[in-house]
Design a protein around this ligand. Structure first.
Ligand code: AMP
Ligand code: MG
Length: 338
């Protein structure tokens, strides 16, 4: 078994991790969204370790992380579209992933044989320093076991991947707490494949032509061909069964009141917990807090040994849409509307 060490993000440790990555190893790194499991995008053997370690299906493509704009040359052939330039100017570095036509230098393992590639320029200083020290972009899906809630602290990564990787760079708790917004450029419009804290309203400052992909709010048949393969898979699931309850607080309280016992819990917005005398956790006041907390709270329910959790339904617009999208998947689309 490999010994897994959590390392503080000193310059020496960043250089040590860059050396591991140059030697074809994988390393967990902090980003502002969630922790990523990183490998050299130009080393197929290293990239294939990501799939093995996570238990990730091979047809789920990876996001390439860069630390300066000149790295784009090796990744895409479409540097100059006006809409891409505007997205870069407005949102990079930051929690936005952009899907563009790929450069042939990017392997099929990264893109899952698609003719496009997903690119992100993270704002977290530790990931940027690490990529810079490597000199090549890093493929980095979330550093969790596939299907589990994404990790937002070094300890979460350790819990899932202890014994499978050598190093976890500790950059503290992730500021955003949810994965990046993913958009695909389609001529002069943008298709949102995954909502995040860069909301549809914010994207509208770049173009009014925005399409929300069907997979954002609907369950996708695993045998179908989809634009964003990751949307087919079970996601973000703690051990407990999650039920998402779309209702007023009063109706929620009535619905769960005789159900909360032993390992059955509920998750409500900050300030609402006083309505419940037991088995309650909160997951934030406004949508931004909820985004920050949601994966942490899902993992907390595992620690508590919860077998079932009823969740209050977040707002379905702006950042709330991203939280709703993750909770729908955590609940395997088990949505109760009262
Ligand atoms: P993760 O790395 O787990 O945050 O997931 C990355 C997501 O990006 C997956 O859901 C993929 O389906 C999506 N993705 C990556 N590359 C592409 C691409 N070329 N086209 C469409 N979606 C992509
Ligand atoms: Mg993931």
């Amino acid at each position: 078994m490999i010994k897994t060490t959590i390392l503080d993000a000193s310059t020496d440790n960043i250089i040590y991790c860059a050396d591991l990555l140059k030697n074809g190893e994988v390393v967990a790194m902090p980003t502002e969204t969630v922790y990523g499991l990183a490998a050299n995008i130009f080393n197929d053997k290293a990239v294939s370790k990501i799939f093995e370690i996570k238990g990730r299906p091979q047809d789920n493509p990876l996001i390439c992380h860069i630390s300066n704009i000149s790295m784009l040359d090796e990744l895409t052939i479409d540097l100059h579209s006006e809409i891409f330039q505007k997205l870069i100017e407005k949102f990079w570095p930051g929690p936005l992933t952009v899907i563009v036509p790929r450069n042939k230098k990017v392997s099929n393992l990264i893109t899952a044989n698609l003719d496009t590639v997903a690119i992100r320029f993270p704002s977290h200083i530790v990931s940027r320093k690490l990529i810079e020290a490597c000199g090549f972009p890093l493929a980095a899906p979330s550093a969790n076991l596939s299907g589990k809630p994404s990790p937002t602290s070094a300890n979460h990564v350790f819990y899932d991947l202890n014994g499978r990787i050598k190093a976890i760079l500790d950059g503290g708790i992730c500021e955003v707490g949810l994965e990046s917004t993913i958009v695909k450029i389609e001529d002069d419009s943008l298709r949102v494949l995954r909502p995040g804290i860069i909301s549809v309203d914010m994207l509208k400052e770049v173009t009014e032509n925005i399409v929300l992909d069907d997979s954002v709010l609907n369950q996708i048949d695993p045998n179908s061909t989809v634009i964003s393969p990751g949307t087919k898979y079970k996601h973000y699931s703690p051990n407990a069964d999650i039920v998402l309850v779309d209702s007023s607080l009063d109706d929620f309280r009535t619905y769960v009141s005789d159900k909360l016992k032993e390992n059955v819990w509920c998750a409500v917005f900050d300030g609402e917990q006083k309505c419940f005398d037991k088995n309650v956790l909160t997951f934030g006041y406004n949508e931004k807090d909820q985004a920050h907390n949601i994966f942490m709270v899902l993992r907390k329910f595992d620690e508590l040994g919860a077998s079932k959790v009823f969740f209050r339904c977040p707002k379905k617009e702006n950042i709330g849409l991203a939280v709703y999208n993750r909770l729908l998947r955590a609940a395997a689309f088990n949505l109760v509307v009262l």
